[in-house]
Design a protein. Sequence first.
Length: 141
Amino acid sequence: MGSQKKVCAAQRVASNLKTPEDSESDRRRQQTSRLVATNYNISDVDWLHGLNEEIAWIKGDAIQKISQHLNHNRQAGKAKSELHIVAHGSNGEIKLGNTFLTKQYLEESSHLLQEWKLEAIYLWSCEAGLNTQLATTLEKC
């Protein structure tokens, strides 16, 4: 990922996840519980630590690891309503952990995705939009 794109993605995620200034936004934020999932070895993301969000540092199978985090939180009474995936991408491919998030991988993992019961999944990755099949498959799952 080029440094300009990293900064751009970092700024978008940081601005989207910042603590709101007004009381109405603050109430919405309190109702929204987020999990941020990113690669365990991703670089240039020091800004992630300042988000005050739970971060899942993914190593291994992405969907399995995210499922474990979400299930653990749910069992602890801290269910998440949003998932933000921050990952490197190029040419329409996104890698999270040791897994490329492909249409086939998402379809094979759809039973786990359905168990997540999230209101929204946000994908923050350079060139993710080049793979429209991925976004469409994610919406269906």
